[in-house]
Design a protein around this ligand. Structure first.
Ligand code: NAD
Length: 333
């Protein structure tokens, strides 16, 4: 996995930061797996924080087009070396868990803001053709009604969302000031296999599978849009291959649920009932409702979420049921 035959053309080489994370690894598996674009070579740059896990890349580990580099996106020398050797960057690396950002936001500002700045500067200096910056719908803040479009103002509330919003603006400034081909994507809540058990769906599934209870924040009526990993990856590929420079693309899943309604589905999938719910104090600054309008990517690039939510949630529950050996060490850690 560490050897790399750099005979291919630079424009076919994609640097994927955070490629050992939940979404980045799914993107790498899609690029290098069956049906992926032909002739593509991928370098994963990942520092392997608690959230990074190379087991997510097992399926493509032996692929001759994959190189893994353990390193930090804030390392300007390394970013420069890698940028000089790649035509495109798809930037996932981030601190991604809102609750952690409430306890201590410093790593979020460092990785999400400074890391993005470091990569953008490296991309600019070394003539990277396209830079995809993967962001979040949380930058729009709480949306009382309707759905956020790409034109809406940024009103991030958590330190996590604020760090992502800052990175979005820095990325777009590199387009407007320097003409770098930057494309920003803003997706909703992702779900699917291989997600770290600190996040809501796997946290609840693993607790239920262990016979435990599920902690619901506040009244549980916070609303989220759910996006399956595979739909997100398809959306990102559409943006990488057909998106326009300097543009923002929302990527939504089209299934909007309160946390309580989602919890009821998870309980049913695990054969449990509402007695397993414990209501806990609400998260500080908890956004009430997120909703994204993905009309732009649909009309421009033909994006459509293809996953049936209930079937995919059941499949995800089965995955956690069958892969205890994958998640148990992460809970114990
Ligand atoms: P994740 O936490 O699972 O993975 C993040 C990866 O980045 C890990 O592999 C980690 O080791 C790596 N990383 C962290 N700091 C690094 C650093 N300084 N240098 C190099 N690598 C570093 O996150 P995810 O859920 O896969 O999210 C990927 C991207 O998508 C993030 O930018 C996140 O903000 C965004 N996003 C995620 C969701 C979601 O529902 N998971 C929703 C919207 C947006």
């Amino acid at each position: 996995m560490n050897h790399f035959d750099r005979t291919g053309r630079r424009d076919r080489r994609i640097l994927v930061t955070g490629g050992a994370g939940f979404i980045g690894s799914a993107y790498v598996r899609a690029l290098l797996g069956p049906g992926g674009p032909p002739g593509v070579e991928v370098t994963v740059l990942d520092s392997l924080t608690y959230a990074g896990d190379l087991r997510r890349l097992d399926e493509v580990r032996a692929h001759p087009g994959l190189t893994f580099v353990r390193g930090d996106v804030c390392d300007a020398r390394l970013a420069g070396e890698l940028a000089a050797d790649h035509g495109q960057v798809v930037h996932f690396a981030a601190e991604s868990h809102v609750d952690r950002s409430i306890v201590d936001g410093s790593a979020f500002t460092r990785t999400n803001v400074l890391g993005t700045q470091t990569l953008l500067d490296a991309a600019l200096r070394h003539g990277v053709t396209t830079f995809i910056h993967v962001s979040t719908d949380e930058v729009y803040g709480s949306i009382p009604r309707g759905a956020a479009t790409e034109e809406d103002p940024l009103r991030p509330n958590s330190p996590y969302a604020a760090s992502k919003a800052a990175a979005d603006l820095i990325a777009l400034a590199h387009h407007r000031t320097h003409g770098l081909d930057v494309r920003v994507t803003r997706c909703s809540n992702n779900f699917g296999p291989h997600q770290h058990p600190e996040k809501l769906i796997p946290r609840f599934l693993t607790s239920l599978l262990d016979g435990g209870s599920v902690p619901v924040y506040g009244d549980g009526l916070q609303v989220r849009d759910w996006l399956h990993l595979d739909d997100h990856v398809r959306g990102l590929e559409l943006v990488r291959t057909g998106g326009r420079a300097g543009e923002i693309y929302n990527i939504g899943g089209g299934t909007s649920l309160t946390n309580l309604a989602l919890t009821e589905r998870l309980l049913a999938l695990c054969g449990a009932d509402a007695t397993r719910i414990t209501h806990v104090a609400d998260r500080k600054g908890h956004d009430r409702r997120y909703a994204v309008d993905h009309t732009k990517i649909s009309t421009e690039l033909g994006y459509r979420p293809a996953t049936d939510f209930d079937a995919a949630l059941a499949e995800t529950a089965r995955w956690y049921h069958r892969h205890r050996s994958w998640w148990q060490p992460l809970i114990a850690a």
